[in-house]
Write a protein that binds this ligand. Sequence first.
Ligand code: WQD
Length: 338
Amino acid sequence: MKILVTGGLGFIGSHTVVELQNVGYDVVIIDDLSNASEKVLDGITAITGKKPLFEKLNLRERNKVEDFFHRHNDIEGVIHFAASKAVGESVENPLLYYENNLSSLVYLLKELVKKKGASFIFSSSCTVYGQADAMPITENAPVKNAESPYGNTKQIGEEIISDTCKAHEELQAIALRYFNPVGAHESAEIGELPIGIPQNLVPFITQTAIGLRDQLSVFGDDYPTPDGTCIRDYIHVVDLAKAHVIALQRLLNKKNKQRYEVFNLGTGRGSSVLEVIKSFEHVSGEKLNYKITGRRPGDVISAYADTVKANEELGWKAELDLDEAMLSAWKWEQKIRS
Ligand code: WQD
């Protein structure tokens, strides 16, 4: 059975391709290489022994998308990761985000509704909740006004999919709202490859420890949390990848209860910035050079997932803990800088 993974050379996409291949799916990847390298194909192949099909393609080019689906008319499922995802950049360049993230989604869906039946998994984000009123966050928590155009493209994307499923019963879809994906495959053949100065905490930690960055800035320790730093739900990327395969199989096997479903994907545990640093120091044996600085605008105080729905409906639970995530992230950083 052939599955399309858009953005399949990216961080979460590449780990999901590995898990799809591990259970026997044929995978075709579309990636425009704007935020990924074709070398990631070698990493995937080194792990699974099977080189996925790959086409460099920009999903904003509608005729190219049509032509792709014409040539690959045996695609039974799509996992859609391809999107611009830098929160700060989206504030500076909102139209790039609305055009890229939304038009590519619409062109994909236009092809899927032509098929007799299609299963669609959408990469969404806990960012849709903004600062949720209560922890842990359930799927019924209200979607708040987006803090950034990036977050807004996730909210609008979910609405586009929901409306399309209502109008086209042959389309079944699941939106997966990730918390904070971290870590790397244990083989250190694939991992996170941030371009330029990392925005996210964990790659900044590993780049500081390896000497690429002088010092980590901890953005504020005056929050109303036990140690004053923000709390997040750091989920290992391999656990996250496995959840995508399970969600896809739910649709392929017609086990879904509605044509459009939403699941939070997290560990259910909140960790503060200082706890993440302590975990990293513990597993790496490195003393991390960091300082406390001012708050970063737009940061929520706390966000961690209620995992009951994913546990009970998907039968999925995160298995890897923060230490394993930090250790695999560190091994990956050492590998790519060796
Ligand atoms: C985590 C914590 C920072 C960097 C983002 C996106 C979200 C999703 C996941 C795509 C925060 C602190 C960070 C640093 C720090 N992406 N931090 N120093 O902001 O929770 O979520 O990535 O879907 O949409 O918003 O992740 O890793 O940037 O920050 O102190 O150099 O680490 O303040 O408390 P975030 P993050």
